[in-house]
Design a protein around this ligand. Structure first.
Ligand code: ZN
Length: 255
């Protein structure tokens, strides 16, 4: 059992061979995949994939980089989709201060609106944070996001920040960076944060783990993330796979 909690099989990078990619994931023991939508096109594609495959679920939300493009109709649409049985989370959402396409105040407003929506429909949220940790934590606290909880996706922060997120009812999700030789913080988090609070993900097609770093990532590679965590904790990869999958099923309400 391997649960990839964050995959973009809805990205154009998979247009040519998504069926092969999904078959490879199955062969490598991936039991569940959450495909994360973050704008009109990727949300539509995520929903299509959930209809095609039993073991694929969707998260629907609006990416902070594109916050400036979101209109009220988009938010109503996301709310409608939230009642679909295979939509398991709202997101990804958050703040991204690396790219400057959307002004910070617009990003913050779109982030807050989505947290309010998640509380209304009672679904967990998936958080994207790039170079915006202090503001992300502040908004999660002010909006009382603890009520729904969720995932700090592709977490690369410190153990200290991880603990603050856990206190607000968030899981820490590790991806490809934990496998990189020079990644200090993700390795510390993998070592110090209890397995009860961890999830695994690929964030494919981005952030491929070692030994595929720099290549296109895919869900079958999530096993390398599990292997790294197992190695750092000194436990078996089966234990990491089983426990992180159980954590994800519990959070997403999957039987
Ligand atoms: Zn993502």
């Amino acid at each position: 059992m391997l649960f990839d909690t964050h995959a973009h099989l809805n990205a154009t990078q998979f247009d040519e061979d998504v069926v092969d990619v999904i078959n490879r994931a199955k062969m490598e023991g991936v039991s569940h995949i959450v495909v994360v939508g973050f704008d009109r096109q990727t949300i539509t594609r995520a929903m299509e994939l959930t209809e095609m495959y039993d073991f694929i679920y969707a998260a629907v939300g609006w990416h902070p980089v594109d916050a400036i493009d979101m209109v009220d109709e988009d938010l109503s649409w996301i709310e409608e989709l939230a009642s679909h049985p295979k939509v398991v989370a709202i997101g990804e959402m958050g703040l991204d201060y690396y790219w400057d396409k959307s002004p910070k105040d617009v990003q913050k407003e779109v982030f807050r609106k989505q947290i309010k929506l998640a509380k209304k429909v009672n679904l967990p949220i998936i958080i994207h944070n790039r170079e915006a940790t202090a503001d992300v934590l502040q908004i999660l606290e002010e909006e009382n996001a603890e009520q729904v909880g969720g995932i700090m996706h592709c977490f690369t922060g410190s153990v200290e920040v991880a603990k603050k997120c856990m206190d607000m009812n968030f899981y820490i999700s590790l991806g490809g960076p934990v496998t990189f030789k020079n990644a200090k913080k993700p390795k510390e988090v993998a070592k110090d944060i209890p397995l009860e609070n961890l999830l695994i993900e690929t964030d494919c097609p981005y952030l491929a783990p070692h030994p595929y770093r720099g290549k296109r990532n895919e869900p079958s590679y999530v096993k390398y993330v599990a292997e790294s965590i197992a190695h750092l904790k000194g436990i078996t990869v089966e234990e990491v796979s089983e426990k992180t999958a159980l954590n994800a099923k519990k959070l997403f309400g999957i039987k």
